[in-house]
Design a protein around this ligand. Structure first.
Ligand code: AGP
Length: 622
């Protein structure tokens, strides 16, 4: 997703702007740019396609000494990844410079009106429309003698008028020709934070660029506009009332934007899973009552006891963890659960009864479809809760309550520790609801024991990496891979397939193993490996039959299993043994070799593991 940085203060802006963009790289982008203000008040900009390193070279080759500036990484929505479409965009000739994250849905009609008024567009973007609209608004107010060029509030008022005409989402920062003292920041649907410094302020899409700059941060909320100077931050509400900004202190943990000795963030985050699981469980297991302690639900036990159905909604990997959550909660708490793609739930208007509680599952807390689905369910009067990793994110703030993952920042675009942490939290939820209903004290304690033992078992699963590397070498040139599992390992198969396709660009599909017979087995030949996920349990014999069906058609088989027998040894081409845990928690163990397999195959294919093509870490647009 697009990334925004802004700086005004006592130092040269370029250093913060470039370093800030580097720290936002993980969000995914395809072009980047900066704007600075020359001493003579003229706005300059540098823009490039591809990696920020390209922009870095450009800026260093022709630097502009400036103590104010804005920067942007663009994930293309309207218009291809070109220099002309890269932000910042100028309003008027170069009277103002603006960066934007979000999508303006009515940009076409506004663009038409502007062109009718004589504006010339240099790009295909919706963002340039905002820039020219602001220029036009200021010009019209000046013409009516209503504009004081020395008053930043006048500029903010003009911006208020402009954003009132926009339909869609925006996080935007603006700077003005001849105005070295202030930036404007405005937010509706796309996050913006302001880092509070000493004689300097740092604006960013998320706190990542603030590391090492400040731990004091103001999170703008929707419809607020901020006037940011080196010594002040004035936050103005939609009703034009100035409010006292709420300054929060960021937890200054280890620098989450360093790989800590790993070659990639994804590898680091795969290995952080044991610690992330411990963090997700910390303080949430109550042995005295054999249940879970979930303080953030903000719903009383009697209120929760009246809940008869859950909806779990999310996207991508978060939708996969929701599927596992469905199986867990239905088995352990005997509660009906529906899993919905957020992008579907927000529009399909399903009948939902009054006793339904809706959970949004999301690592970033900014996924547009998940946010919109939760807003729709809240509009209908349903309580909505978030299972989220990003504290202070839009979804975390708007939900009625929720459960944080505490997994720490996940930088790699391919989700790993967030997935396993989500499944752990769903396990806590299953225990909590189960113990509100029929789950016995002893069964609750057994579940707590299983949860507490998980981190150590994941440590063991990580030890399969050397074997995985060999398998990756053998199958790296595949063009199609099937992932097959049953019961809890079916959603795990979906997740394994998503990992492979999103970072190695190999086509991969996850299926319930029994589904093979209904079509996919036509894909099986000696060039199409099938990854089978097995665990000794209810459906082991059934999935062994499916494995034999694949072998009978010459398909190579990679088996990820918690137990090995002679038949499996004989049939499977490669066998990876992982620890055995209770079936509902087996996904957390069995997914680890799948994450490593995707990682190593992607490496061998020289793919950008942390920033795969076309993808963004947080999809804040529809
Ligand atoms: C998973 O590896 C992908 N990065 C993607 O599917 C992701 O899970 C999805 O976009 C949802 O993101 P969220 O959890 O931040 O809402």
């Amino acid at each position: 997703m697009c990334g925004i940085v802004g700086y005004v203060g006592k130092s040269d802006a370029t250093d913060y702007l470039l370093q800030g963009l580097y720290r936002l790289e993980y969000r995914g982008y395809d072009s980047a740019g900066l704007s600075m203000l020359r001493d003579d008040g003229v706005l300059e900009r540098r823009r490039s396609v591809g990696r920020i390193a390209n922009l870095d070279v450009l800026v260093r080759e022709s630097p502009v000494a400036s103590r104010i500036g804005i920067g942007h990484t663009r994930w293309a929505t309207h218009g291809a990844a070109t220099v002309a479409n890269a932000h910042p965009h100028f309003g008027g000739q170069s009277d103002l410079s603006l960066v934007h994250n979000g999508v303006i849905e009515n940009y076409a009609e506004l663009k038409h009106q502007l062109m009718e008024s004589g504006y010339f567009f240099q790009s295909e973007t919706d963002t340039e429309v905002i820039a020219h609209l602001l220029h036009q608004s200021i010009a019209e107010q000046r013409a009516r003698g209503l504009f004081d060029d020395d008053s930043p509030v006048c500029y903010a008022t003009a911006l208020r008028e402009v954003v009132g005409r926009l339909r869609g989402t925006y996080g935007l920062v603006v700077m003005f020709q001849g105005k070295p003292d202030f930036l404007l920041a405005a937010r509706c649907g796309s996050p913006l934070v302001i880092g509070v410094g000493q004689g300097e302020q740092f604006i960013a899409s998320d706190p990542a660029p603030l590391h090492g700059k400040t731990d004091k941060v103001i999170t703008l909320v929707d419809h607020q506009i901020a006037i940011v100077t080196s010594r002040s931050i004035q936050v103005i509400q939609r009703d034009s009332v100035t409010v006292q900004p709420n300054i929060q202190v960021l937890a200054q943990g280890e620098d989450s934007h360093s790989c800590d000795g790993h070659d990639h963030f994804m590898h680091k985050e795969i290995y952080q899973q044991p610690e992330a699981i411990r963090n997700a469980l910390r303080g949430r297991l109550d042995r005295d009552s054999a249940t879970a302690k979930l303080g953030g639900l903000n719903l009383t036990a009697p209120q929760l006891r009246h809940i008869e159905r859950l909806i779990l909604t999310g996207c991508g990997t978060s939708w996969h963890s929701a599927l596992i959550g469905e199986y867990m909660i239905e088995e352990i708490a005997r509660m009906p659960v529906e899993v919905e793609y957020a992008s579907e739930l927000r529009y399909r208007n399903p009948p939902v009864d009054k006793q339904t509680l809706v959970f949004g599952i999301t690592q970033s807390g900014e996924t547009a479809d998940t946010l919109a689905a939760l807003r729709e369910m809240r509009r209908k009067g349903h309580p909505t809760l978030a299972i989220c990793n990003n504290i202070g994110s839009s979804i975390a703030r708007e939900a009625d309550g929720g459960i944080y993952l505490h997994a720490g920042p996940e930088i790699g675009v391919a989700s790993t520790k967030a997935f396993t942490s989500q499944v752990v939290v769903l396990g806590l939820l299953a225990l909590y609801f189960g113990r509100m209903r029929h789950l016995s004290f002893e069964a609750g304690l057994r579940w707590i024991d299983a949860l507490e033992g998980l981190a150590d078992q994941v440590e063991l699963a990580l030890q399969t990496e050397e074997q995985i590397k060999q398998i990756a070498l053998e199958f790296k040139d595949s063009t199609n891979v099937l992932y097959l599992g049953r019961n809890y390992l079916f959603p795990t198969a979906l997740e394994g397939a998503l990992k492979l396709k999103e970072i190695s660009y190999i086509h991969a599909e996850g299926y319930p193993a029994a589904e093979m017979k209904h079509g996919p087995i036509a894909l099986v030949d000696e060039h199409t490996p099938s990854v089978f996920l097995l665990s000794k349990g209810l459906v082991y014999d059934k999935i062994m039959s499916n494995l034999q069906e694949v072998k009978a058609r010459g398909g190579p088989v990679i088996a990820i299993t918690d137990s090995v027998d002679a038949q499996l040894e004989k049939l499977a081409d490669r066998v990876i043994l992982v620890p055995s845990v209770p079936e509902p928690l087996q996904p957390i163990i069995s997914v680890v070799p799948l994450q490593l397999l995707a990682y190593h195959i992607a490496l061998l294919r020289n793919c950008d593991v942390d920033k795969p093509r076309n993808l963004a870490k947080s999809v804040t647009v529809e």
